[in-house]
Design a binder for this molecule. Structure first.
Ligand code: NAP
Length: 306
């Protein structure tokens, strides 16, 4: 059976390291500060923001959550971001996506000072990543690099295939793997013979948002498979397809009325891969840990302590 890459253990390790760095900053100057802006009532966003604030509390980062009214205009939100850009004690600014439809999200993200861009999504930081210059990196892909490194999975010289080309995950993932000297292929919805391309991968990263699409047929025996997908399934026929050989998971589905699954078939990957990240408990926990790391690094830079 394949090795399970335990994202929770690695997250805990990283948070312990963060605690020490935060304590040093607090002793030398002040604790790092993160401000999260949450607009609207998307339930998933509320959960994500709650977890981010909780992680800050756990390690001593000073956090604040701003919740402007759901009908705020783009101009008003940009003005709020500009106030935070100018605030000395705010190191990181995060605008939780998605924003309500009346707001021009790109304009808001562009308004965040690249220096305080904890999510690493500002075009200037995308450029820093593309050219391998220092700057905050998008949290999910940088968390995946941490999983690979801390589990001693070699990257240099390996064939890596990333399925998905979003600005948030796929593209930065491919660039980070490239900077670690992998030979990288990016796939998307127009890729011809996706299973064949995926089967070339020593490291396969699935970031599509398509429940259990990556089956055994896509996986080179012994490959490392990283599952970024976070899909809540509630249709029993989908659950039956995925969990035909895992009756305990099907029972769990029936009990809860739904389940979280990745983009990779959870039963087939365990039989064919060399190592893989489970869903939940794989990539997800790293995303918040890397947000903490980014906040601390920005604070260290702004306070001249690195
Ligand atoms: P996204 O913006 O919707 O991008 C999805 C990408 O997958 C697109 O590039 C799309 O191709 C490609 N794609 C879709 N269907 C495909 C198919 N059948 N074959 C090949 N490629 C296909 O999604 P995202 O923001 O990158 O997120 C991807 C997944 O990761 C989602 O499930 C999301 O919930 C999850 N996620 C998890 C975390 C975490 O912390 N665990 C963080 C972020 C995202 P085109 O470009 O051609 O349309």
């Amino acid at each position: 059976m394949a090795q399970i890459l335990d994202g929770i253990g690695i997250r805990n390790q990283i948070l312990e390291e963060c605690k020490e760095r935060v304590a040093k900053l607090a002793a030398a100057r002040r604790p790092p500060g993160l401000t999260v802006i949450l607009v609207g009532d998307d339930p998933a966003s509320h959960i994500y923001v709650r977890n981010k604030i909780k992680a800050c509390e756990e390690i001593g980062i000073r956090s604040q959550r701003l919740t402007p009214p759901a009908d705020i205009s783009t101009g008003e939100l940009v003005a709020l971001v500009e106030q935070l850009n100018a605030a000395d004690d705010v190191d990181g600014i995060l605008v939780q996506m998605p924003l309500p439809s009346q707001i021009d999200s790109k304009r808001v993200l562009l308004a965040i000072s690249p220096e305080k861009d904890v999510d690493g999504l500002h075009p200037l930081n995308a450029g820093n990543l593309a050219t391998n210059r220092p700057g905050p990196r998008p949290c999910t892909p940088s968390g995946i690099i941490q999983i690979l490194k801390r589990c001693q999975i070699p990257i240099a010289g390996r064939r890596a295939v990333v399925v998905g080309r979003s600005d948030l995950v796929g593209k930065p993932m491919a660039l980070l793997l490239l900077h670690e000297h992998a030979t990288v292929t990016i796939c998307h919805s127009k890729t011809v013979d996706l299973p064949g391309v995926c089967r070339e991968a020593d490291i396969l990263v699935a970031a599509m948002g398509r429940p259990a699409l990556i089956t055994a047929d896509y996986i080179k025996p012994g490959a490392t498979v990283i599952d970024v997908g976070t899909n809540r399934i509630s249709d029993r026929s989908v659950a039956e397809r995925i969990f035909a050989r895992a009756p305990e998971k099907l029972a769990d589905f029936d009990k809860k009325g739904g389940l979280l699954v990745g983009d990779v078939h959870p039963v087939e990957v365990a039989e064919r891969a060399g190592a893989y990240t489970p869903v939940p408990g794989g990539v997800g926990p790293l995303t918040i840990a890397m947000l903490m790391v980014n906040t601390i690094e920005i604070a260290e830079r702004r306070l001249g302590l690195c």
